[in-house]
Structures are given as structure tokens and as C-alpha cells.
Design a protein around this ligand. Structure first.
Ligand code: GDP
Length: 359
């Protein structure tokens, strides 16, 4: 984890009243004790979550996101206890390049859904926070109206040193949100890399936001992302842009027909929308609802979730093995030495890897 992420995580933990023991001075031992005693227990948090208590939910998510092994242990227990209460929501992934209108769209959709008695949790997967100076999704003041709505819960992307780590935390957060009674989970990601694949593997429906008048190369969207999409929505279909948006819709419709049939049996749809002017939102939701009706009656919905769970089992094992390995003090110092040996041409990558794995 990058240094800035560590400080971000501990700042967040402090906000939630959770302090990592190794960040506290010995002089404040008494304070630590009372702080620790104040930390809510696992059953207390689980009860709070299942009663829909947002503070309990936020605290549990902070534990999920923490890199402190003690917190992870607690988080695992909470997630396991919440599992029987989870799985009852619909999960929608939303992607698109920066500037396409993701947050505007999610705000419009979130407002529409909460007005229609839904409880909506909005999560994000943004691995860029650890790769660059700031996160692509997190820097802006986003969804200002939605933040104020009682039945909407917004949680920014967890930070992490790998996409795998960020994705696992988000997946566990989905379970906690579902246990807290959120029936619609919207997961936002950036349209620039592998994060789409990760989000695709944790949602039921995958929506791609596009703009008219920009070629695929210009929009930086890879072919594989179009292939994953259950719907392509052309945003900013307003003002002078309407004509171009209609043309783009036709073009994408044509392009989608060139892809092989999806295992879900669903034919991907295209739609127009102006997130800014709140146009097309209800139609898009109706289309998404149709998807759920179709895939639930064909039993694809359940089968797909089981497949996703199997995939996540393997992902979690890989993630844990990797982090256990790299977090070992011995490995940390030996790895550096082996890197130096490679730099000076004194060993090969394979010999170095073999040596480290044997440790
Ligand atoms: P994100 O980076 O994908 O989250 O994009 P934002 O939601 O932040 O939107 C980027 C810019 O596009 C902002 O200035 C929005 O006001 C604008 N925008 C978003 N949706 C629409 C729309 O439907 N029509 C128009 N004209 N502008 C929009």
C-alpha cells in the first residue's frame, strides 16, 4: 500500500473511531484501552447492520477496508454473519470514460430509484488512487443531491495497492449493504482498464455510458468492454447533440449485433439519455428491470451468481496468498536484495523467485 493510502486509511479509521494499535504512542496506553473498549463488538455491528443502521454499516465497511490484520479478522466475521441476510439486491455496474457523465447519471438514476421506494447503495471501484496521485473517481465533489437522500448510501472506492484488493473490499461491502437492506447496488468504475472486468464479475447487469461523436479509440473503450455490456447508453443526448446521439445509437446497435449471443440469452440494448436533464432515466430503468425479469425466469440470474461466487472464492484465495507472502518481514527485505541481484546481473528472475518462494 502506498504511503498516502496508509494515511488515508488511518484517517478514515480515526473518523470511524477505529485506531490501528501500531499507530498509537505508548504514552496513550490508557486512552487506547478505553478506545478499544468503545469499539463495537461483532454481534453489535451485525445487529446494527441488519437493522439498517448506517453508522454500523460504515464502521463495518471501514473494518473491511482496513489493512490491520485484527480488523480483517473482525471484518471476516461480520461479513460471514451478514451473508444469510445478503444476496437479495440487484447489482448494476456502470462504466464509461472520465467526463462521460457517470456521476451525473448515477445521481439522476439514484434519485429516480429512491423516489420509487428503492434503497440504493452506490459503490465504486477505482484502483487508480494507488497508481497515480489522485483517484479518477474520488477527486470531485460528486452527487451532492444524492448524498442528502435518506435511502441512498454512497461510499467512495476503497484504496488499495492492487485492483484485486480494491475489488475484494467492494465485493464484501456489497454483502454488508445488502444485509443493511439496500435493494439496489450501483457500482461505478472508470472506463480505462481492467477494473471493468472486476466490476463485471460482481454485478448482474453491466451498463456502458458513451458519448456521441467520438470514435471508440477516442473514447478509450476497449472492444472487450463493449462485449461485456448489457446496455450501451449514449449520454448527453440533449441540445445540439441529439442528432449525433441518435446516429450513435444506431451505430452501436449495429455493432452489438456482430457480437456472439450472451450466455444470459439477453440481447444488449442501446438507449439515449440526458443525465443532466433527467431524460431517459425511467426508460433505462425499465429496460434493466426487463433484464431481471427475463434472467430470473430463465434461472440464469441464480446460476450466474453461483458462478460469480466460485470465481470470487478463487480470487480471494489468490489475493490472501499474495498479501500474506508480500507482507512477511523476511520477504520484504529479501525481495529487495533479490531485485538488486537482478539489477547487477547476478541472478535470474526464476532463481530469485524460487529462492523467495522457498522462504
Ligand atoms: P464522470 O467523470 O463520468 O463522472 O462525468 P460527470 O458526471 O462528472 O460529468 C462530466 C461533465 O459532463 C459535467 O460537466 C456534467 O455536467 C456534464 N454532463 C453530464 N451529463 C450530461 C448530460 O446528459 N448532458 C450534458 N449536456 N452534459 C452532461
Amino acid at each position: 500500500m502506498a504511503k498516502s493510502d496508509t494515511s488515508k486509511a488511518s484517517a478514515l479509521n480515526e473518523k470511524e473511531g477505529i485506531k490501528a494499535p501500531d499507530t498509537l504512542s505508548s504514552a496513550s496506553a490508557k486512552a487506547i484501552k478505553s478506545k478499544r473498549q468503545k469499539q463495537p463488538s461483532v454481534p453489535y455491528l451485525v445487529k446494527g447492520i441488519t437493522e439498517g443502521n448506517i453508522t454500523a454499516l460504515s464502521r463495518a465497511i471501514t473494518l473491511v477496508e482496513s489493512t490491520n490484520p485484527k480488523h480483517s479478522e473482525k471484518a471476516n466475521k461480520i461479513v460471514t454473519s451478514c451473508l444469510p441476510h445478503a444476496n437479495k439486491s440487484i447489482r448494476v455496474g456502470i462504466t464509461g470514460v472520465p467526463g462521460v457523465g457517470k456521476s451525473t447519471f448515477i445521481e439522476a438514476l439514484g434519485k429516480y430509484l429512491t423516489e420509487n421506494t428503492k434503497k440504493v447503495a452506490i459503490l465504486a471501484v477505482d484502483p487508480s488512487s494507488s497508481l497515480s496521485k489522485g483517484s479518477i473517481l474520488g477527486d470531485k465533489t460528486r452527487m451532492e443531491d444524492l448524498v442528502k437522500i435518506k435511502n441512498a448510501f454512497i461510499r467512495p472506492s476503497p484504496s488499495g495497492d492492487s485492483l484485486g484488493g480494491v475489488a475484494r473490499k467492494t465485493r464484501e461491502t456489497i454483502i454488508l449493504c445488502e444485509a443493511a437492506g439496500f435493494d439496489t447496488i450501483l457500482i461505478e468504475t472508470v472506463g480505462v482498464g481492467q477494473s471493468e472486468t472486476a466490476v463485471h464479475s460482481m454485478v448482474d447487469f453491466f451498463l456502458l455510458l458513451k458519448l456521441a461523436g467520438a470514435g471508440d479509440e477516442l473514447q478509450g473503450i476497449k472492444r472487450g468492454i463493449i462485449e461485456m455490456a448489457d446496455a450501451i447508453v449514449i449520454n448527453k443526448a440533449d441540445g445540439e447533440n441529439v442528432k449525433a446521439a441518435k446516429a450513435a445509437k444506431l451505430e452501436f446497435n449495429r455493432a452489438l449485433h456482430l457480437y456472439p449471443e450472451k450466455p444470459s440469452g439477453w440481447t444488449p440494448k442501446t438507449a439515449l439519455c440526458s443525465a443532466l436533464q433527467n431524460e431517459g432515466i425511467s426508460e433505462i430503468w425499465e429496460m434493466i428491470t426487463n433484464y431481471f425479469t427475463e434472467t430470473k425466469s430463465s434461472n440464469y440470474f441464480e446460476a450466474h451468481r453461483t458462478e460469480q461466487n466460485k470465481f470470487w472464492l478463487l480470487q480471494t484465495i489468490e489475493e490472501r496468498l499474495k498479501s500474506n507472502f508480500y507482507n512477511k518481514t523476511e520477504i520484504k527485505s529479501e525481495l529487495q536484495q533479490q531485485i538488486e541481484l537482478i539489477e547487477s546481473g547476478k541472478t535470474t528472475p526464476f532463481a530469485a523467485a524460487e529462492y523467495l518462494l522457498r522462504l
